[in-house]
Design a protein around this ligand. Structure first.
Ligand code: PAF
Length: 280
């Protein structure tokens, strides 16, 4: 595995491989099985796999966890190499943003809801850095975890609207044995918070059972999930929504649609997100 910190060196390294299939796995590091599943998927289709590790300040709001976001580059290097990453791109903030940013990417509409409503500006930061990474790496394929389902919808929209020549490959959520979706932020949880956090998956599983039994009222599904989450005393709901996917429009009756159940719940300082997508 080659480790690269500058844009120029990355472009030079990739030049001989331009006729091959290049895959990009963009991450913010502190790798877990979820990230590694993206690399595994990339290996099915790509000749060269580039993984980026960059904690992007542009997508963190004031008072969010940019400074304390978990970082362990030595461990990440080992995991990436073991999984078969060919090039690990770890630019500094100065390398990615040498001067204050005057150009950003804003995807309208679908960024106004869910995490976009709770974290104003977050998706502008994501779309801008992903757009930069696409221009730098020029991948044929880019791999994203479906845990960030709204992020996937935003990036797919950006790629379509701006004719970016890259195929977006969404990959399934990877969960711990008790159902908690893998996330770099899970390390923030105290043992008690960690135990109670399993309610996210459990509440969606219960909703899934109800849907399979014929429940199609979005309001009732949402209420059921909220009630279940509120049983946990450390859980503070940010949002629970049942929307169309990928359009993220509110709906009353979910019958015959592709929908997402999306949750964001805080445990102390830690905000966790999770979702399930259904084709009904
Ligand atoms: O999903 C993430 O880790 C980040 O939002 C991404 C896509 C790497 C952009 O910084």
């Amino acid at each position: 595995m080659i480790k690269i910190g500058t844009i120029q060196e990355l472009r030079e390294q990739l030049r001989p491989y331009r006729h091959q299939k290049i895959g990009l796995v963009p991450t913010m590091g502190y790798l877990h099985e979820g990230h590694l599943s993206l690399v595994k998927k990339a290996r099915e289709t790509c000749d060269i796999i580039v993984m980026s590790i960059f904690v992007n300040p542009l997508q963190f709001g004031p008072g969010e966890d940019f400074e304390r976001y978990p970082r362990d580059i030595a461990r990440d290097e080992q995991l990436a190499e073991k999984e078969g990453v060919d090039i690990l791109f770890t630019p500094s903030v100065e390398e990615m943003y040498p001067s204050p940013v005057k150009t950003t990417v804003h995807v309208k509409g679908i960024t106004d809801t869910l995490c976009g409503a709770s974290r104003p500006g977050h998706f502008d930061g994501v779309a801008t850095v992903v757009s930069k990474l696409f221009h730098i790496v020029q991948p044929d394929y880019a791999f994203f975890g479906q845990k960030d389902a709204q992020q996937v919808a935003v990036i797919e929209q950006m790629v379509q609207d701006l004719n970016m020549p890259v195929d977006i490959i969404p990959c399934p959520i990877v969960r711990e044995a008790d159902g908690l979706a893998m996330s770099s932020r899970n390390v923030y949880l105290s043992p008690e918070e960690r135990e109670q956090a399993t309610v996210l998956y459990q509440s969606m599983q219960e909703a899934k059972r109800k849907i399979e039994q014929g429940e199609s009222d979005a309001f009732r599904i949402r209420s059921l999930i909220m009630q279940k989450i509120r049983e946990k005393k450390l859980a503070e709901i940010d949002y629970v929504e049942v929307l169309t996917y990928p359009g993220l429009e509110p709906i009353a009756d979910i019958g015959g649609k592709r929908i997402i159940i999306a949750l964001a719940v805080k445990f102390g300082q830690t905000r966790l997100i999770d979702n399930m997508i259904f084709n009904l």
